[in-house]
Design a binder for this molecule. Structure first.
Ligand code: GLA
Length: 412
């Protein structure tokens, strides 16, 4: 694979103005919790989307997806969701930037379902995104594996535009804009976690993000003899976007029912398990799953708080146990797992060299995240690859993962 700068100059016959690298993410615990106003514990990983970008003088955006061998050109005015999925992650954030640069007031407001509005200063005229740009993309984040390749692409493009046009956006503003772009152009009503983690990652640190206030704290991830291994089912999460949006709605419905009885409740953070039982246990009629979903959310929120205490004490055994509990909740109550994910978690659940394992991300495929003793990784991988092929008739992909810096410029 040629370097992204070379790809760019080969395609466009001039040198890219800059190159940005944006990582995928893992999430240690706190799954399906970001859009429910809880805490999540993600980190950026050593898998990336890279973009090389240069300004054009006309009104077009020329996009080259190197790995897919596809080139798409769209005019910059009147951007609409595109039939080619990857294009939406680029034009979605361009649309966000244009909303700012076209704002007549100096206080364009980015709204986010999770948070109070965030004010973004409109850039001055000279920074206006008046003309189009050329962009080349390549990467090694497996697509549809639950490692947030789409968020990495959105963040890479936004970071690159921010540099190229001096937009003065903060990383948090970019995260919110990328989230809005995903809602509007990809139709997935995702939370803030993926974009946040891709942009804010730090080497060897997990980030505890309060998805209500957007305050965050870095926690050193000291794994000593252990490491993080991702087992990829290689099942692409096709159901993910529709079921994801359904889960979100089910949670909103449950919250509204609880609020009727307890008007003081603002978010799931104010809800106890007793309240879930009292308001929702008898409510699951006509196949509705609202009770199960809300029970999971409240339990997972409590688990994250305890898991952070484990992390602070360096008790990774206790932390790992909670990962297994999370998996159970995601599989049985939230119902976002699949047989392949369940198989991979089950297969390591009694292995003394595995501290914790669970499905990760939106679900319905993708990866499990595992904390495994380094000396046992090779053997476990071998066994699991064989049993996965035998039982599921699929090839297992394995990523031994390190925790890395978030989105950044790449020096020439
Ligand atoms: C996807 C979404 C995130 C988050 C996770 C589940 O990755 O993009 O916002 O909700 O699923 O935790």
């Amino acid at each position: 694979m040629l370097a992204i700068r070379t790809q760019f100059s080969n395609h466009f016959n001039y040198n890219a103005a800059l190159v940005v690298k944006s990582p995928g993410r893992i999430n240690l615990i706190g799954e399906h919790i970001d859009y429910n106003h809880g805490f999540v514990l993600p980190a950026a990983i050593d898998k990336y989307i890279e973009v090389a970008i240069g300004k054009r003088t006309d009104d077009a955006i020329h996009m080259v997806a190197v790995d897919l061998g596809e080139t798409i050109i769209v005019p910059m005015h009147n951007l609409q969701p595109h039939a080619t999925a990857w294009v939406n992650y680029i034009i979605g954030v361009v649309d966000q930037v244009l909303n700012i640069t076209h704002a007549t007031t100096n206080n364009f407001i980015v709204t986010n379902n999770n948070t109070p509005s965030t004010k973004i200063n409109a850039p001055t005229n000279e920074t206006n995104l008046a003309a189009g740009f050329d962009i080349c993309i390549q990467g090694n984040i497996p697509l549809g594996a639950g490692l947030s390749s789409s968020a990495a692409l959105e963040c890479a493009v936004l970071f690159a535009l921010n540099e190229l046009y001096n937009l003065s956006l903060t990383k948090m503003q970019m995260a919110l804009m990328a989230q809005s772009a995903e809602h509007k152009f990809a139709g997935v009503h995702c939370g803030i976690m993926d974009m946040f983690a891709s942009l804010h990652g730090q080497k060897n640190k997990a980030i505890l993000l309060d998805c209500d206030s957007l305050a965050f704290t870095y926690y050193p991830l000291v794994l000593n003899d252990y490491c993080i291994v991702l087992f990829d089912t290689q099942i692409k999460h096709v159901l993910a976007s529709s079921e994801y949006n359904t889960r979100r709605l089910e949670c909103e419905r449950g919250l509204a029912i609880i609020q009727e009885k307890y008007p003081i409740v603002k978010t799931f953070r104010d809800i106890s398990l007793e309240q879930v039982e009292a308001c929702l246990a008898s409510n699951d009629i006509n196949g509705s799953k609202v009770y199960q979903r809300c029970k999971y959310v409240v339990e997972e929120m409590q688990r994250v708080q305890l898991a952070v205490q484990d992390l602070t004490k360096g008790d990774m055994q206790a932390f790992g146990k909670k990962m297994f509990e999370t998996h159970k909740g995601l599989s049985k109550l939230y119902e976002v797992s699949c047989p392949e994910l369940d198989f991979l978690v089950e297969a390591v659940s009694n292995n003394e060299n595995v501290l914790g394992a669970r499905m990760m991300g939106g679900g319905f495929g993708g990866c499990t995240i595992n904390i495994i003793k380094k000396s046992a990784v090779e053997e476990i991988t071998k066994e699991l690859t064989a049993s996965y092929a035998q039982k599921m008739h699929k090839e297992l992909a394995v990523y031994i993962t390190s925790i890395e810096e978030g989105t950044h410029l790449v020096a020439e």
